[in-house]
Design a protein around this ligand. Structure first.
Ligand SMILES: NC(=O)c1ccc[n+]([C@@H]2O[C@H](COP(=O)([O-])OP(=O)(O)OC[C@H]3O[C@@H](n4cnc5c(N)ncnc54)[C@H](O)[C@@H]3O)[C@@H](O)[C@H]2O)c1
Length: 284
């Protein structure tokens, strides 16, 4: 299976819905846009797109892209999955709800999840538009991760082509399991990387407001050293200096808890996801 598909976007006026729809509108796919909030409906119409009702949009869709909040996915799939055609794909944009077993499933509907990687910090950017596109999906090429709960090669092709369209421009689509996608996001990238990004900003604030260093100087040295820290730490571009290694050891002893690697255990992943989905526990 390859070519033009019938694609339904549910939540078309939301943050991801608008990104996904902007890209799909540039393709030859037959796209239906569904949105239930007044503000989302207005955004969809203002972008020049026609709204369709959910049941009509999914009835003959090859793939249904669920761009609704994770907390709404249980109710939305309960309503729409029974109305999908046999053999179609139900695609969510985050693994949490699928991993937690909150989605309505059907034997003849393929469950899939796809998440954008966002453009790499090491991407060789060539245009101002690529430099400005830190999120991806506009000008800067990015990879994407996909999980498809089916051995059918046609389902995998349908998901890959849809992912390449909604997150365009896409370099590679990496296929993993839904559990592995949940181990990547939230654990690797939100729990660790995004937390460190926020910590860097807090450290900048303390440097300026607690220690009294001029903000321009602090911001400038932090931004440059963040690049060095990531290039050396992630790619081994240069060795850290001996003095830096001593300061790094002090930082690790002062900031990191000894048992921090527990976040990579299954029971901790479940706790993390339960918090994100506002559940007491995850029962799969
Ligand atoms: N925001 C991000 O940066 C980002 C990145 C990657 C993946 N995601 C995932 O994308 C999905 C959507 O997140 P978001 O941040 O775009 O949410 P959002 O709140 O910005 O948008 C959700 C949209 O869905 C609409 N909606 C809710 N229920 C609906 C229904 N029954 N029928 C039609 N429309 C409905 C809402 O009105 C809203 O416009 C989530 O699974 C999220 O985890 C988000």
């Amino acid at each position: 299976m390859s070519g033009n598909y019938a694609i339904a976007v549910i939540g078309a006026g939301g943050k991801m819905g608008m990104r996904v729809s902007n890209n799909l509108a540039r393709t030859d796919h037959d796209v239906r846009y569904v949105e239930n909030s007044p503000a989302g409906r207005e955004r969809t119409v203002d972008a020049g797109r026609e709204l369709t009702d959910g049941p009509a949009a999914v009835a003959d869709a090859d793939i249904v892209v669920l761009a609704v909040p994770d907390l709404a996915l249980g109710a939305v799939t309960a309503e729409l999955v029974p109305q999908m055609k046999s053999g179609a794909v139900c695609l969510t944009l985050d693994p949490a709800a699928a991993y937690a077993g909150l989605l309505t499933e059907r034997d003849d509907v393929v469950q899939a999840v796809a998440h954008p990687c966002h453009p790499s910090i090491f991407l060789q950017r060539e245009t101002p538009e690529q430099w400005a596109d830190t999120f991806g999906g506009i000008a800067a090429p990015q990879d994407a991760i996909a999980a498809v709960e089916s051995d059918d090669p046609a389902a995998k092709t349908l998901v890959e082509e849809t992912v390449r369209a909604i997150y365009a421009p896409v370099i590679d689509v990496h296929f993993v399991t839904i559990k592995q996608l949940a181990q990547l996001e939230p654990t690797l990238v939100e729990t660790v990387a995004c937390m460190i990004g926020e910590l860097l900003n807090e450290a900048l604030h303390e440097t300026v407001h607690t220690m009294g260093v001029p903000e321009a100087a602090a911001r400038s040295i932090l931004h440059g050293h963040t690049q060095v820290a990531l290039a050396n730490g992630l790619r081994g571009d240069n060795p850290f200096s001996d003095a830096c290694l001593i300061a790094m050891k002090y930082g690790r002893e002062s900031i990191i808890k000894e048992d921090w690697k527990k976040i990579f255990q299954d029971d901790e992943l479940d706790k993390n996801l339960a918090r994100m989905l506002h559940l007491d526990t995850i029962t799969r």
